[in-house]
Design a protein. Sequence first.
Length: 363
Amino acid sequence: MKDVLLLVIHFVTFLIRLLQPSGIKAVAAENLTLKKQLLVIQRSRSKVPNLTTMDRLIFGWLAMLLSPKRISRSCIILKPSTLLSFHKALVKRKYLQLFSSTGKGKLGPNGPNSDLIKAIVEIKQRNPRFGCPRIALIITNTFGIEINKDVVRRILMKRYHPRPGDWDGPSWLSFLGNMKDSLWSIDLFCCESITLKTHWVLVVMDVWSRSIIGCSVNKGSVDGPTLCKMFNQVIANKNMPHYISTDNDPLFQFHRWKANLRILEIEEVKSIPFTPISHPYVERVIGTIRRECLDQTLLWNEVDLLNKLDDFTDYYNNHRVHSSLNGEVPAKFGEKMNRPFAKLANFNWQTLCRGLVQLPISA
């Protein structure tokens, strides 16, 4: 009986010590806190430990078992700088929610109004290949409203739902209906007609304004005299540049080509061999012509190809905005925009490139 009584006394004493803030429970909780912090530090590769939701729950539960003195002694992760970084993150999240177009119950502005959202979604529906930066520039140039590309992206994520076939190419109606003056850049590419006839296209562009000077088409192979003929057709009645940039294609090594440049008093600048990045602007223009025009339609013959290229050149120079030109079009680069802005409540649509592109304009 005496032994049982001693056992009960020891058990009660153990429970009392376990429940005390400075007892065994606190020692165990402090040890667990230190071990958990070491695991977090070892897991985190960055200077600032990366706490997960489970880490915060565990630390919160352990803090309930520790006295303030033990907390200040055992906590090695949470520092004043950590609290400041938490505060900065909260401030950033506050303003992101305050000015977000998708937030609910915000205290500040409600973001874009319904007319602007409708215009953004309709531009995307009519031009599925347009990205968020280009749509933001179109909104700024057309309506005079400064809008960030991330706002456009959030609007499209919530409001734009692509219909089946939106990304498969143009509609059947569109398919069937289809350094200023100092340095120019030229290059050639080929495309196939509906009858599988090869056509070569010469593209000439102004590097300073990013505008397309012109395109020339030749059916079949290209040699030195043909290259000179195509180039002279493009530059007829235009101001000659001082320099012209070409790649190392054998076509640009013909004596006839070099003699033609000497007659025109144009100096040729060669790109670095096997380095396409040294000849980037005209390569990008050719890629744009393919993606936004030629890949969306079929070519019947040489005349049809030239007409489509002329339509696209007009659109590219006078209507297509460029991020590298601060949202301006090549034909207006450097000029002050004085045209009236369109109104969101009342505007029209302008169809370009035989229905391949549709842009909002003032009513």
